[in-house]
Design a protein around this ligand. Structure first.
Ligand code: UDX
Length: 417
């Protein structure tokens, strides 16, 4: 099938390139001309493992256009940003504007697939714009940054909200090669599923962090408690890694948006609110732990800036709040991240030193603070580290490192060594 992807960001690019891999012909459209020019050179403007290889492999089935008139196919995916507006509600303006534009130019019946995360009822609004010239379908994504290609090709489920059998038939063709994973449902439930999924994952992390904080006070070990509860298949082991909590472009945005959807419908989302509160406090708690140790300012080596490994994305990364806290207490920061330094420079400017590698960061430091669990940090040469650090102290925001016993080690939710 010929499929158009409107919006070539993280979600749009992954969706379109993977749909090409499934055998479809893809037209990408984005209103950012330079992004389209980069893509036309088969370059990917984001760091997403495996995506560039798939783009090159399927390049003969892929086109990039700047004009929406060239991006009208029978199936049109809307992968537009729905960022929080100033009161935290999801801003659906781009998706509405694009729908109005498309409605003016389409000549025959289309299938509009809303891939963006949108408040419940948005697809109904989009349907009103198209009238009977389009079926509108909700097809939320569950892609983790850094694993997006894997997640698209190996989904636990593909949730598709449809309003009629014609739309159902068309979407079965779109995902023909993954059809056994499709769960069809009504449109509003599909829209709600996305928020409920992200909010649940976020609160699962905040729950284990709350338990970790109590472990730290009682002498229990959160790593053991994780196994103890995660072995129950009703709970499951995933998303139970205690640490400095969640960031990124989705959990913070979607939890806030869900609270706003609740408010608009007269329902207070108490648990989701608590998940956000615990998450914010986790960053403060970790920052204060470092401050209380050094009492006064110190030179700190920060390893990891991205909101999680395998991405260059710094959006709402815990490292931002933690570094700003330490800078406000006159700490000197030397930071290293395998992929996120370019984005970090946009945030911290000249306020911190950008190290070229792990040891450039550790040199002359009074301590190592790990904020992102990049695999690269598993192989730190502690013999070098102990020679070049002023003090052998480690604050591990992801309970990730296993340093030798002569290093003072502080994790989260772990008993004192
Ligand atoms: C998330 C959802 O997983 C995905 O399904 C949705 O489509 C988009 O949002 P993403 O934000 O890319 O994906 O990252 P994810 O891997 O979910 O991690 C989110 C945050 O939680 C990261 O900051 C990560 O460090 C943190 N996290 C994750 C924990 O603190 N503990 C965990 O056990 C897992």
């Amino acid at each position: 099938m010929k499929i158009s992807i409107i919006g070539s960001g993280y979600v749009g690019l992954t969706t379109g390139i993977c749909l090409a891999e499934l055998g479809h012909e893809i037209i990408f459209m984005d209103n950012n001309k330079e992004k389209i020019e980069v893509l036309k050179k088969l370059e990917i403007p984001i760091y997403e493992p495996g995506l560039k290889e798939l783009l090159i492999k399927n390049k003969d089935r892929i086109k990039f256009v700047f004009d929406i008139k060239e991006a009208v196919s029978d199936v049109i995916f809307l992968c537009l940003p729905t960022p929080p507006n100033n009161n935290g509600e999801a801003d659906i303006n781009s998706i509405i504007q694009v729908s109005i534009e498309l409605a003016k130019i389409i000549k025959n019946k289309k299938t509009i697939v809303v891939k963006s995360t949108v408040p419940v009822g948005t697809c109904e609004k989009i349907k009103q714009i198209f009238g009977n010239r389009a079926n509108v379908v909700s097809n939320p994504e569950f892609l983790r940054e850094g694993y997006a290609v894997y997640d698209f090709m190996n989904p636990d489920r593909i949730v598709i909200g449809v309003g009629n059998d014609e739309a159902k038939r068309i979407m079965k063709n779109v995902y023909e090669k993954l059809k056994e994973k499709i769960i069809f449902m009504d449109i509003k439930s599909a829209e709600m599923t996305k928020y409920a999924a992200n909010a649940f994952l976020a609160l699962k992390i905040s729950f284990i962090n709350e338990i970790a904080n109590l472990c730290e006070k009682t002498g229990a070990n959160i790593k053991n408690v994780k196994v103890g509860i995660g072995s129950d298949n009703r709970i499951g082991m995933s998303f139970l890694n205690a640490g400095i909590g969640w960031g990124g472009s989705c959990f913070p945005k979607d939890t806030l948006a869900l609270i706003k959807i609740g408010e608009k419908n007269g329902v207070e989302m108490k648990i989701v609110k608590a998940a956000i509160d615990v998450n914010i406090k986790q960053r403060e708690m970790f920052s204060k732990k470092i401050l209380n140790y050094y009492k006064d300012k110190a030179k700190i080596a920060i390893l990891g800036l991205a909101f999680k490994p395998n991405t260059d994305d710094m959006r709402d990364a815990p490292s931002i709040d933690i570094i700003n806290f330490l800078l406000s207490r006159n700490f000197e920061i030397k930071a290293y991240d395998p992929k996120a330094l370019k984005n970090a420079k946009q945030i911290f400017g000249e306020k911190i030193y950008y190290a070229s590698d792990i040891y450039d960061a550790l040199k002359d430091s009074d301590g190592l603070v790990l904020l992102t669990e990049w695999d690269e940090f598993k192989n730190i040469d502690w013999n070098i580290a102990r020679k070049i650090m002023n003090k052998k102290i480690i604050f591990d925001g992801r309970n990730f490192l296993k340093p030798p016993k002569d290093f003072e080690y502080y994790g989260i939710g772990l008993p004192k060594e």
